[in-house]
Design a binder for this molecule. Structure first.
Ligand code: PMP
Length: 363
C-alpha cells in the first residue's frame, strides 16, 4: 500500500489521520525507540511510555494554550461517558445546570445529565429541526445554574456555534467534533471535553480539560474511576490508560504544532468549508444546505440533492472515484462531508470538482 492508493476519506469519525503520523507509527511498530517492542506491548509504567504520556499532556496544554489552573485528563468511555461524568463531578446534590439542546449530541448530553442531577433545557432547536444554534439572548440560563452545557459542533446536524455564547455562568463544552480546530477561550470555561477520534487521533481516548478548583466540590461518593480527582492526582495513570490512542494523538499534536498551530488549523478549516459551501451555493439550488448560514459547521458539511435516488448515486459514484464515507448520518439522510484537521484541502478540491461534474451529468 502506497500513500497514492489512499482514498479521500470524508468519514465523520473515526476519520482520516495525517499521513506523516501514520508513517511514523508504522515505522515504530516493531521497535519503538530501541526497546525491541512496540509502545503497546510494554507496561504503562515503563519509562518509554511515561515519556510518551507526559509529552502528550504537555503538548496538548501548549497547543491549546491551557492555563495551569486547568487539569488535562486522558479518559476512556468516549464523550458519551462525559454526559454523566460531568454532572457527577461538577454538581453537588441539588445543584443545577442548563443545557443547550442543539441536536443529536446536545440532546443526548441533556438526557444523561438529567439522570444524575436536576438539570434543565436552556434552549431547544427541536422546533426548527435543529437547523441553527441559538443567539445568546435566546438562551434562558437560570441564576442558580452551576454551568451551561453547550455542544460547540453538532456532528450529525452540521451546525456549529460560530462564537461561544456570552452568559453569566461558566461554560461546559462538548467539543468532540471541533476540538483543537480553533482557539478556545478558557476564561469562560469550567470544562471542555471531546473524543479524540475526529480531530486528534484514534478512538478510545477522551480528553477532559477541567478547572482544578472544580474537582473537589461535588461531595458525592463516586467510584474512583468516575471521580475526576482520581485522574488528576495520578496524571491520568491511575489505571491503564488507552496507550495507543494517547501515543498516536501525541504525534498528531506535534504534527499540528509543526504545521502552524491552532490558528493555521482554523484558517484551513475555513478554507475547506468555503470551498464546499461555495459549490453548494453556486449550484443554482441543485445542491442545498438545510443549515442556517450563520451556523454552518466547518467540520461536518451537510447537503441535499434534488432527490434521494440522486443522493445514493452521488455517494456511490464518489466512492468509485476514491471519495468515501459521504453518506449522511442514517438519522437524517442526505450527504455529509466531514472535513477535520487532517483533511487535505486538495481532497476537498477533488470533491468540489466531482460535485460539478455530477451535477453537469445529472442536472
Ligand atoms: N458528542 C459529539 C459532538 C459527537 O460527535 C460524538 C460522537 N460522534 C459524541 C459526543 C459521542 O462520542 P463517543 O462516541 O466518543 O462516545
Amino acid at each position: 500500500m502506497t500513500t497514492s492508493s489512499r482514498v479521500h476519506n470524508f468519514c465523520a469519525g473515526p476519520c482520516t489521520l495525517p499521513v506523516p503520523v501514520l508513517e511514523e507509527v508504522r515505522d515504530e511498530l516493531l521497535d519503538f525507540d530501541g526497546t525491541g517492542m512496540s509502545i503497546i506491548e510494554g507496561s504503562h509504567r515503563a519509562a518509554a511510555y511515561d515519556t510518551v504520556h507526559m509529552d502528550a499532556l504537555a503538548d496538548f496544554r501548549s497547543l491549546a494554550a491551557i492555563p495551569d489552573d486547568f487539569a488535562i485528563l486522558f479518559l476512556q468511555g468516549g464523550a458519551s461517558l462525559q454526559f454523566a461524568q460531568v454532572p457527577m463531578n461538577l454538581l453537588a446534590e441539588g445543584q443545577t445546570a442548563g443545557y443547550l439542546n442543539t441536536g443529536a449530541w446536545g440532546g443526548k448530553a441533556l438526557g444523561d445529565a438529567v439522570k444524575v442531577a436536576p438539570v434543565y433545557e436552556a434552549w431547544s432547536g427541536a422546533g426548527e429541526a435543529f437547523m441553527r444554534m441559538p443567539a445568546a439572548d435566546e438562551i434562558e440560563v437560570r441564576g442558580d445554574s452551576t454551568y451551561l452545557h453547550v455542544t460547540t459542533n453538532e456532528t450529525i446536524g452540521g451546525i456549529r456555534l460560530p462564537d461561544l455564547p456570552s452568559v453569566d455562568v461558566p461554560l461546559v463544552s462538548d467539543m468532540s467534533s471541533d476540538f483543537l480546530s480553533r482557539a478556545i477561550d478558557w476564561d469562560v470555561h469550567d470544562l471542555a471535553y471531546g473524543g479524540a477520534q475526529k480531530n486528534l487521533g484514534p478512538a478510545g481516548l477522551t480528553v477532559v480539560v477541567v478547572r482544578r478548583d472544580r474537582l473537589s466540590g461535588h461531595g458525592r461518593n463516586l467510584a474512583s474511576y468516575l471521580d475526576y480527582a482520581t485522574h488528576e492526582a495520578n496524571d491520568s495513570m491511575a489505571n491503564t490508560p488507552p496507550m495507543f490512542a494517547i501515543y498516536v494523538m501525541g504525534k498528531v499534536l506535534r504534527w499540528m504544532q509543526a504545521e502552524g498551530g491552532l490558528g493555521e488549523f482554523e484558517r484551513r478549516a475555513a478554507e475547506r468549508a468555503s470551498l464546499v459551501y461555495g459549490a453548494i451555493d453556486g449550484s443554482d439550488g441543485w445542491y442545498t444546505c438545510p443549515v442556517d448560514v450563520a451556523s454552518r459547521s466547518h467540520m461536518n458539511i451537510v447537503f441535499r440533492l434534488p432527490d434521494e435516488d440522486l443522493e445514493k448515486r452521488f455517494a456511490a459514484e464518489a466512492a468509485d472515484a476514491g471519495m468515501v464515507n459521504l453518506k449522511g448520518h442514517r438519522s437524517v439522510g442526505g450527504i455529509r462531508a466531514s472535513v477535520y484537521n487532517a483533511m487535505p484541502v486538495a481532497s476537498v478540491e477533488t470533491l468540489v470538482d466531482f460535485m460539478g461534474s455530477f451535477r453537469a451529468a445529472n442536472g
